[in-house]
Design a protein around this ligand. Structure first.
Ligand code: ME8
Length: 528
């Protein structure tokens, strides 16, 4: 059983400010990292920025800055955003750092010495924006980049090539032996049908036309292709090849570590085909899974910096709070599928799930415990009213289902499972009608309802804590849960909450004024 966990986001291009798509991926990785820590796994969570390449150089020159000045400014905004969103990354790798550059050079040398890299010349259709070469078929009759739809241009240059042909069968075997390596499975089929079956060409892994990159030691005219450079971050950040390689040994080399790369569908080719090939060539261990999430669209278009149709997470977090944005991102679009960001759904999701369901349950429960039991949660007793057993069974089933979903990276489903318990508890109030029990003097039944409600809220708050980093604590504070019970292990025992004093606090999940807030969110959606 693996007892350690290493999770990475893509390293983003600092060619423009971070948008909600970047926040989406990073937040979901953060939720996974927090879940694993909650379960007691030793966890390492990495994010960072991909700072080399012609595109960055061009952006910098347009802004009248050196590439380094240009990236420094944008990278500091990325870091600020992750702080604001309570992203719990253990490290932030920048590809311009010496610790990274050394490793790119070493990877190149290793593959070169193994004769997996040879010198040749390249002619193809190049997209500057995506830093990618395309074949005639891919660029099509109009010579457009299949990824961003911009015009591509023909380029010929001396280049080193990586022998993909040597590793194609190993990749197919990898997929065959590990059907979840590239996940969801549809992405794996896409890799095979779109890239491998039509015949994978050897990959150009160096440039002579770009000096904003990592120099190749074997031939100083060349810099490493930005994707070879970027992918290496996953091991350079752990100190691979250095004297200080404790993290590498622990979180990469050790087979007891589960390694997951989370990426968007736009970059699956690089992670599911080329990265494992590079690792095979260098004789290094492969990650366990590449999880490919879907992309968020705006008005039916892929949201991207180059299209200029982006939503900034900063004003959203400032107005609605970190937890609201984190909840929306993880719950609205099923992790692994494409989705759309709309102001209407954003506001509705917060109102329905957080204000109406979770907020209401908390307010009603705490108020009733104050009213009927002087603020003290009655001790738990099993199966008193005719509705209790079903709720008790659901608590245990919820925890099991939550774990199964999370362990399979089904984040949206895991959160939905926790929210189903909240909904069931609200229904339980309507079924048991505590106000009638009180009027009829049925104290034992009333006490049971209160303690079942408090226990449902307690379990839900712990289960939702990887998402609601502040509000879950707020719920536990209002319930008066002692510190020693605020952990995952404690919820496994049914009914541990009892004889504690609740504290009515501030409204944790305020209801939003629908029209006003929709207008506000719309005003943030800049579109060219
Ligand atoms: O590709 N919806 O960087 P990048 C959801 N530097 N997620 C989105 C998104 C959207 N509309 N737009 C971007 C690069 N993302 C390379 C990566 S890794 C070794 C090098 C997320 O800044 C998504 O995870 O273009 C996507 O894969 C990533 O940002 C691309 O970020």
């Amino acid at each position: 059983m693996k007892n350690k966990f290493y999770i990475t986001t893509p390293i983003y291009y600092p060619s423009g400010d971070a948008h909600i798509g970047h926040a989406y991926c990073t937040t979901l990785c953060d939720i996974l990292a927090r879940y694993k820590r909650l379960r007691g796994f030793e966890t390492y969570f990495l994010t960072g920025t991909d700072e080399h390449g012609q595109k960055i150089k061009e952006h910098a020159s347009k802004a009248n800055k050196t590439p380094q000045e240009y990236v420094d400014e944008i990278v500091s905004k990325f870091k600020k955003l992750w702080e604001l969103m309570e992203i719990s990354n253990d490290d932030f790798i920048r590809t311009t750092e010496p610790r990274h550059i050394k490793v790119v050079q070493e990877m190149f040398s290793k593959m070169y010495k193994k004769e997996d890299i040879y010198l040749g010349s390249y002619k193809g259709w190049y997209c500057t924006e995506c830093e990618a070469f395309w074949t005639d078929i891919q660029a099509g009759p109009n010579h457009l980049c299949p990824d961003c739809n911009r015009p591509v241009h023909e380029e010929t240059e001396e280049s080193y090539f990586f022998k993909c042909s040597k590793y194609v069968n190993n990749i197919l075997k990898l997929y065959n032996d590990n059907p979840k390596f590239c996940f969801p499975e549809s992405r794996m089929h896409e890799m095979v049908n779109t890239f491998i079956k039509p015949g994978l060409q050897d990959l150009s892994v160096s440039r002579t036309s770009n000096d904003w990159g990592v120099p190749i030691l074997e031939n100083k005219k060349h810099t490493a292709y930005v994707w070879l450079d970027a992918l290496t971050n996953y091991i350079s950040a752990l100190g691979y090849g250095s004297k200080d390689d404790g993290l590498y040994k622990k979180f990469w080399e050790d087979p007891n570590t589960e390694i997951i790369h989370v990426i968007g569908a736009d970059i699956s080719r690089f992670h599911c085909i080329y990265w494992p090939m590079f690792l095979m060539s260098a004789g290094l261990r492969l990650p366990d899974r590449v999880f490919v999430h879907g992309l968020l669209r705006i008005k039916d278009e892929k949201m991207s910096k180059s299209k200029g149709n982006v939503v900034s997470p900063f004003p959203l977090v400032e107005r609605y709070g970190v937890d609201a944005v984190r909840y929306y991102l993880s719950r609205e679009v099923t992790f692994g599928r494409d989705g759309e960001f709309t102001p209407e759904q954003f506001v509705e999701r917060l109102n329905v799930d957080l204000a109406n369901q979770l907020g209401n349950l908390l307010n009603r429960t705490v108020s009733m415990i104050i009213k009927y039991f002087d603020g003290v949660v009655p001790a738990f007793k099993s199966n008193v009213t005719k509705f209790d057993k079903e709720v008790e069974d659901l608590i245990s089933a919820t925890i099991k289902e939550y774990e199964i979903n999370f362990d399979d990276l089904k984040i949206t489903e895991a959160i939905t499972t926790a929210m189903n318990l909240v909904n069931r508890a609200n229904k339980y109030i309507d079924e048991t009608t505590p106000w009638v029990l009180s009027k009829e003097g049925k104290q034992e039944e009333l006490a049971s309802v209160m303690s079942h409600l408090a226990n449902c809220l307690y379990v839900s708050a712990i289960l939702l804590s990887p998402v609601l980093v502040h509000q879950s604590k707020g719920i536990l504070d209002q319930l008066g849960v002692p510190e020693e019970l605020r952990n995952y292990k404690s919820i496994s025992k049914l009914g541990v909450i009892g004889n504690i004093k609740v504290n009515k606090g501030d409204q944790l999940f305020p209801r939003l004024e629908v029209n006003k807030e929709i207008e506000y969110v719309k005003s943030l959606m800049q579109s060219k």
